[in-house]
Design a protein around this ligand. Structure first.
Ligand code: MG
Length: 368
């Protein structure tokens, strides 16, 4: 496919409630979409799920837009043909561009699949019709607010709840939630790398609460510490922030730093690498599931499809659109009877609704 036009559409979406993690707190989601038009006149969409400030990743929305504007756009405009797989190659010599490449790759793949009238599910071999998603509860000011949010999601039909912990706010809050939901409800926690090696005693105490996993307890580069902690805990350790490729996933699992991988297309450079991480996990009999970056329906489309892959051993963070946005950019993803339908329409992204996109657009820049 020859790219005849490429635009970045910058958007700010109001969120239904403030979302807080160990990295950041926000009540708006800033992002940009990649809108690509092929020389055949087919439009493809991609979403950049990076964040406004560095924290989860060193790559921010600003860095990602800069990479597309100054490096990837000029490279792609000179090529007579571009495939989704070619976008993987752009990472060579361009570190910290995973989110930029992921957005570009989704747009190219979207146009490719629309051209041949094929769904992403058919393309990667997903046959499930539905996924049963989990949901993330952000940090709350007090336990009462946290339990109110938990109750709301259980009433909505979510099958698994994940909530954030950090040093000094762990054992007590996990006990409170576990006592509230009962012994069998699927619970997991995410520390976003906020603990340090000498600081893990309270994590070991979490073993008594029957958690499905503790996600990224230590900083992403501390595989040694994570391995030591894994040997001391019965609760499985899941890795997130530090896994940038399928090779990283294999190394970390074989090293013993964790037994489950949270897979996010943005963090690993795109849908194709995300699926390779999934296959690597399956080959190693490790766990995997699909995480979320507060995506709109454009990015959520791919996440829901990947979450329906047979490699996934745990529910993903692929909640309904209204968990985050009163009005999504696309037709919303809905939770019905505890399940989200796997999209089967052609393409790798759900296209935004033009009037809604216009309402939330802050600027548009033409790259090609
Ligand atoms: Mg995480």
């Amino acid at each position: 496919m020859k790219i005849s036009r490429l635009e970045l559409i910058h958007v700010t979406m109001p969120m239904v409630s403030k979302f807080e993690s160990a990295h950041s707190s926000r009540s708006e989601r800033e992002l940009f979409l990649v809108k690509l038009t092929s020389s055949d006149g087919v439009t493809g969409w991609g979403e950049c799920a990076a964040e406004r400030i560095a924290g989860y990743s060193a790559e921010t929305i600003g860095n990602a837009a800069h990479a597309i504007r100054n490096t990837f756009g000029p490279k792609l405009s000179s090529r007579s043909a571009v495939t989704a797989a070619d976008i993987d190659g752009l990472g060579v010599g361009n570190p910290h561009t995973s989110f930029a490449r992921s957005a570009l790759q989704q747009a190219v793949l979207d146009a490719e699949l629309r051209t041949v009238n094929t769904s992403l599910a058919a393309y990667i071999g997903v046959s499930a019709d539905y996924v049963s998603p989990g949901v993330v509860v952000g940090m709350q000011d007090d336990d009462r607010a946290l339990l109110r949010e938990v109750d709301g999601y259980i009433a909505d039909g979510y099958q698994r709840i994940k909530f954030k912990i950090e040093p000094g706010r762990d054992v007590q809050v996990v006990r409170t939630v576990r006592n509230h939901v009962g012994p069998r409800f699927l619970l997991q926690v995410d520390a976003n790398g906020s603990y340090r090696g000498g600081d893990t005693q309270s994590l070991i105490l979490l073993d008594e609460f029957n958690l499905a996993m503790v996600e990224q307890p230590l900083p992403p580069d501390d595989l040694e510490g994570s391995k030591l902690l894994a040997a001391q805990m019965s609760t499985p350790i899941c890795l997130d922030e530090g896994i940038a490729t399928a090779a990283d996933a294999r190394h970390a699992i074989e090293f013993g730093a964790g037994s489950i991988i949270n897979v996010k297309p943005g963090r690993v450079g795109g849908i194709l690498e995300a699926h390779r991480v999934q296959r690597e996990c399956a080959a190693l009999s490790a766990g995997c599931w699909i995480g979320g970056m507060l995506e709109t329906g454009v990015g959520r489309h791919a996440n829901v499809v990947l979450a329906a892959d047979v490699s996934c051993t745990h529910p993903g963070d692929v909640s309904a659109s209204r968990r985050y946005f009163a009005t999504d950019l696309t037709e919303p993803f809905e939770l019905i009877d505890g399940r989200v339908e796997v999209p089967t329409e052609p393409g790798a992204a759900r296209a935004p609704i033009p009037e809604v996109l216009k309402r939330f657009t802050t600027s548009v820049e033409r790259i090609i």
